[in-house]
Design a protein around this ligand. Structure first.
Ligand SMILES: *[C@@H]1O[C@H](CO)[C@@H](O)[C@H](O)[C@H]1NC(C)=O
Ligand SMILES: *[C@@H]1O[C@H](CO)[C@@H](O)[C@H](O)[C@H]1NC(C)=O
Ligand SMILES: *[C@@H]1O[C@H](CO)[C@@H](O)[C@H](O)[C@H]1NC(C)=O
Ligand SMILES: *[C@@H]1O[C@H](CO)[C@@H](O)[C@H](O)[C@H]1NC(C)=O
Length: 484
């Protein structure tokens, strides 16, 4: 009996570990973004964008750093692709610098040198067996379009559509995975809400909602252009990407449960609901309308979509792309008094981090590995996509080569992703970790490092060096399993 039992346990144990392999449909990858890595900010006909402008204002970026040179990937892309090939990744996610191919953001002047750069990059990737995942917009808006109001101007959707068409025409034959806009919530929160990101606007009570609406309109425009003009010929998939943190209710009370859900809707639903379902989330509509009225407005600070727009925007996705890093604890808050309007008062909840979660070099990023499995299940339940690609996930430190904390983070997060695939049946088909290279971390400059490859920013040659995590990721990709 005892021996029989032991045999069963041994088989079960062996079976469990042998099964924990990433399915063939799952592609490993890595990610980066134009302003954070390219440099060459004023070369070969590129026009200025809002990050060029913002980073050149002293005091906006830690250490007064800029992305003028960054990782110099504009000149070193072949070296980057060689690293990707050596790691064994099958996906590389990068973004196009709008003002590199359309210097003032409009179609009358197309910069051939900029087009050539991206065509060459894509060919280099494909020649090395790596599939490009292309983001059209990762926050570097042409300055001319900001001068017209940027993401507060509804016409931005038309400008974005013209830009998207130029890129689809050029790269359409080679690209199967498109992302229109990276993290609209960060553009709106940090760029037009709190002003810590370009273009540096503090409009936390109203501009943020106009920004959210115009991002949805622009995304939908770019999606519909692909759908009607390119999809039949090229067969690619288009979506937007959405950063999602896990929100845990602080207690088992129904008030905290409601607060956690409401926090999700103000941070995720505000940018996802119109696209993956329809219109704004109802709780956001109701709460902003209520508070606006009490503040004396004759209208809601949350703008409306027309019925025609709701139909145009709804369903504009072919897969779900999500960025996931961290989790929060959420607590119900009593209704805030009427004072200067902010999205935080509209949201009306208190968020914090669990003190037991390991902390990264970034204030907003703590390690809570089960959070990613919860988020994958939440996305499946709420939006029911047929396919999910995790387009960002990663850990920041201050740049050490032996980055054991990053390895631990990735091991535990990837193990939870694997469980979501194997045990929960979630169709995660791709994973582009953030990031391939240490790079320009926006307002944090070069003080927070996310790369699995170190870049020496003090050296003119921007020397790349493998960190321990890069060696580890290479072994994971070879084994298609989580290794030590
Ligand atoms: C950034 O530049 C401003 C203006 O030149 C200067 O006052 C400040 O000390 C600089 N900060 C750092 C960290 O170098
Ligand atoms: C909005 O205000 C109405 C009337 O004061 C109230 O009944 C309702 O519960 C409020 N809704 C929300 C979501 O705050
Ligand atoms: C997962 O998504 C891929 C790509 O859309 C699709 O081919 C595959 O059938 C999906 N798998 C499942 C189990 O739904
Ligand atoms: C800060 O700026 C100085 C001078 O440009 C540079 O040597 C140093 O590496 C920078 N530090 C960081 C963290 O960016």
């Amino acid at each position: 009996m005892t021996r029989f039992g032991l045999v069963i346990i041994a088989v079960a144990f062996y079976g469990a570990s042998a099964e924990k392999v990433f399915p063939d449909s799952f592609k490993f990858g890595a990610a980066g973004a134009s302003y954070q890595i390219e440099g060459a900010w004023n070369e070969d006909g590129k026009g200025p964008n809002i990050w060029d402008t913002f980073a050149h204002i002293p005091g906006k970026i830690k250490n007064n750093s800029t992305g003028d040179v960054a990782c110099d990937s504009y000149h070193k892309y072949k070296e980057d692709v060689a690293i990707l090939k050596d790691l064994g990744v099958k996906l590389y996610r990068f973004s196009i610098s709008w003002s590199r191919i359309m210097p003032d953001g409009t179609p009358y002047n197309i910069n051939q040198a900029g087009i050539d750069y991206y065509v060459n990059l894509v060919h280099e990737l494909i020649d090395n067996g790596i599939e490009p995942v292309v983001t059209l917009y990762h926050w570097d808006l042409p300055q001319h379009l900001e001068d017209l109001g940027g993401w507060l101007n509804p016409r931005i959707a038309d400008y974005f559509g013209d830009y998207a068409r130029v890129v689809y025409k050029t790269l359409g034959p080679y690209v199967k995975y498109w992302i229109t806009i990276n993290e609209p919530s960060t553009t709106c929160n940090a760029g037009y809400g709190q002003g810590a990101h370009a273009p540096g606007k503090d409009l936390i009570g109203d501009g943020i909602y106009l920004c959210a609406q115009n991002n949805a309109r622009a995304h939908a425009k770019a999606y519909r252009i692909y759908e009607t003009e390119f999809k039949q010929q090229y067969g690619g998939k288009v979506t937007i990407n959405v950063p999602i943190a896990m929100y845990y209710p602080k207690t088992t009370s129904s008030l905290d449960a409601e607060a956690a859900e409401r926090t999700f809707e103000f941070n995720v639903g505000l940018y996802a609901n119109a696209i993956f379902k329809s219109n704004w989330p109802q709780v956001v509509i109701d709460r902003v309308a209520n508070r606006s009225k009490l503040e004396g407005y004759s209208f809601s600070r949350l703008p409306e979509f027309s019925q025609e727009e709701i139909e145009y925007i709804s369903g504009t996705y072919d897969y779900f792309a999500l960025n996931m890093y961290t989790s929060n604890i959420v607590e119900y808050a009593d209704e805030g008094e009427i004072s200067t309007p902010t999205i935080w008062l509209d949201q009306g909840t208190i968020t914090s981090a669990d003190p037991s979660w390991p902390k990264s070099a970034s204030s907003w990023l703590n390690s809570d590995p089960p959070g990613i499995r919860h988020v994958l299940n939440k996305v499946q339940e709420k939006y029911n996509p047929s396919e999910i690609v995790i387009t960002e996930n990663g850990w920041s430190d201050t740049g050490e080569l032996d980055d054991q904390k990053r390895i631990t983070y990735y091991k535990e997060y990837m193990s939870n992703i694997l469980d979501a695939i194997l045990e929960d049946g979630i169709n995660v088909t791709g994973y582009t970790l953030w990031s391939l290279l240490d790079n320009f971390e926006w307002a944090e400059g070069f003080t927070q490092r996310f790369g699995i490859i170190q870049v020496d920013f003090d050296s003119p040659s921007r020397t790349r060096t493998y960190k321990s995590s890069a060696h580890w990721y290479k072994r994971v990709i070879q084994a298609r399993a989580i290794v030590d």
